[in-house]
Design a protein around this ligand. Structure first.
Ligand SMILES: Nc1ncnc2c1ncn2[C@@H]1O[C@H](COP(=O)(O)OP(=O)(O)OP(=O)(O)O)[C@@H](O)[C@H]1O
Ligand SMILES: [Mg+2]
Length: 493
């Protein structure tokens, strides 16, 4: 029999909040990790994308909050700003009835505003590493009562070279604390983090045949670089996705793609690291409320984002590493929903495709480039669906009189065909030319990304806080000599 939330050793106020969120029964990762985390043990939690890892760490964390304490007791570190915001929102919902308050602090937002929010003594802070270090340096956050630290998307923080920042943050926490690591992917190099920051962690892995979610249909399509944009538009016309995320390799690529899509009349917005934080948040908001149908993004949107209604993910460019593929496509098919992921591959990139399939233990299905007839058929189907929906909605009563008149004078098939033609969104062929990107170069894709490389954010705290935990030299012995390996460019997002 499955456990219910009320069967855990947690307060009724939390069970009630979860029920208000529509969560009656825990998902497998929640079922397994909540008791371990409540026990106070360090743990590493791995489960597929969209299976509720946030609540898996949120529930025990909130349960352990002492409401007589008015200092930060829990810290969640996340790799991107949007994820910090989202996790903050979810923790606020779980903690609502208990009165636990969570504040997100992240780069790009006015620091004074954050200082004010921190002064109000939230119990939990969700932060991106750089901005958190800023607050630590400014002494605008007190860490001495922290008893729980969560690294969400732990492996990504290694990829992004945040390890020194994390080390600095961890070393600045004077108290004893429990560390929880979560991600859908746990490459071997995560061991580095575990060895450095954790005390005999319990590893909880929700086993499945494949790393990716079963109800995401995974397709690939072989294209030449200059064909990509037209093929993408054809696919969008055929599928007319409710919400779609399109991943491009670089910021420039995302800008060009967004512009091209807008030119052809699609409703699209782009996000990447060079877009102002305000605009990034607005773009996400408009996408969430479905004002925009298409979000074009770099890998900044690959991790953790939970947006309901995303039916399609397009990898316009292959991701740099196979783990990133798992996370990108995991933006669809969440919480039991269905989704489709389509990956563009140029002929010289097939090796990459293979290494993705090796990691996911799933073979993608080849899809042919759609013909003009396929597009026409897709558009006709979508138009028909729209018309049928209008019939079901029964809000066309006021046109009835004209309809009867028309049917008196013309053959019904003529009338309906003409109406369909008017309704149909015929393909827009406005010329769009994207700057070509070269195929992804073959490299050793596993390992080599944990070499401490970090983004240049113009402030560092690396050296100041060392000494809290023993420095583990094993890293430099085993993994430090990787200068000859091609490293992921930390600025690509
Ligand atoms: N027990 C539950 N019952 C029903 N829905 C749930 C439950 N727990 C979480 N969810 C929903 O599942 C969705 C995915 O949750 P979440 O974002 O925590 O996934 P995740 O495992 O962290 O995914 P990712 O690896 O992409 O970060 C959310 O919309 C959340 O509201
Ligand atoms: Mg998550």
């Amino acid at each position: 029999m499955t456990t219910a939330f009320k069967d855990f050793q947690i307060g009724e106020d939390i069970v009630k909040a979860l029920s208000n969120m529509g969560f009656e029964n825990p998902t497998p990762i929640q079922e397994k990790s909540i008791p371990v985390a409540l026990d106070g043990r360090d743990m590493i939690g791995q489960a597929q994308t969209g299976t509720g890892k946030t609540t898996a760490f949120g529930v025990p964390m909130i349960e352990k909050m002492d409401m007589n304490q008015s200092m930060v007791q829990g810290l969640v570190i996340a790799p991107t700003r949007e994820l910090a915001i989202q996790v903050g929102e979810e923790l606020n919902r779980i903690g609502q009835d208990k009165g636990v308050r969570t504040v997100p602090v992240y780069g790009g937002q006015d620091i004074q505003r954050q200082i004010k929010a921190l002064k109000k003594r939230p119990q939990i802070v969700v932060a991106t590493p750089g901005r958190l270090l800023d607050h630590i340096r400014r002494k605008t956050i007190r860490l001495d009562q922290i008893h729980t630290v969560v690294l969400d998307e732990a492996d990504e923080m290694l990829n992004m070279g945040f390890i020194e920042d994390i080390e600095a943050i961890m070393a600045a926490i004077p108290s004893d604390y429990q560390t929880l690591l979560f991600s859908a992917t746990m490459p071997k190099r995560i061991q580095t983090l575990a060895e450095r920051f954790m005390n005999e962690p319990e590893v909880i892995r929700i086993k499945s045949k494949q790393l990716t979610v079963e109800n995401i249909e995974q397709l690939f399509i072989e294209v030449k670089e200059p064909q990509k944009f037209d093929v993408l538009c054809k696919l969008l016309d055929i599928e007319s996705p409710e919400l779609a995320i399109i991943f491009g390799r670089t910021k420039k690529r995302v800008d060009e793609l967004t512009e091209g899509l807008l030119k052809r009349g699609y409703s699209a917005e782009g996000i990447h690291g060079d877009i102002t934080q305000n605009k990034r948040e607005l773009a996400i908001k408009r996408f969430k409320d479905q004002t925009t149908d298409i979000l074009v993004a770099t890998d900044v949107a690959a991790r953790g984002l939970d947006i309901s209604g995303v039916t399609h993910v397009y990898n316009f460019d292959l991701p740099q590493d196979p783990e990133s593929y798992v996370h990108r496509i995991g933006r669809t098919g969440r919480a039991g929903n269905k989704g489709q992921a389509l990956t563009f591959v140029v002929p010289r990139e097939f090796e990459h495709l293979k290494s993705i399939e090796q990691l996911t233990k799933h073979k993608m299905t080849r899809k042919k480039i759609p013909s003009y007839d396929d597009v026409l058929e897709g558009i006709q189907q979508a138009t028909k669906d729209n018309l049928l929906k209008a019939i079901e909605d029964q809000d066309s009563q006021k046109y009835r009189h004209v309809a009867e008149q028309l049917l008196d004078e013309y053959y019904s098939v003529e009338v309906v065909s003409a109406a369909l033609k008017l309704l149909a969104k015929e393909p827009d062929r406005t010329p769009v030319k994207l700057t070509a990107v070269s195929p992804l170069r073959v490299k050793k894709v596993r390992g080599g990304n944990d070499s401490g490389q970090k983004r240049n954010r113009g402030h560092q705290g690396g050296g100041r806080y060392k000494g809290g935990k023993p420095q583990n030299d094993r890293r430099s012995n085993q993994r430090g000599q990787k200068g000859n390996k091609k490293r992921r460019n930390p600025n690509h997002k």
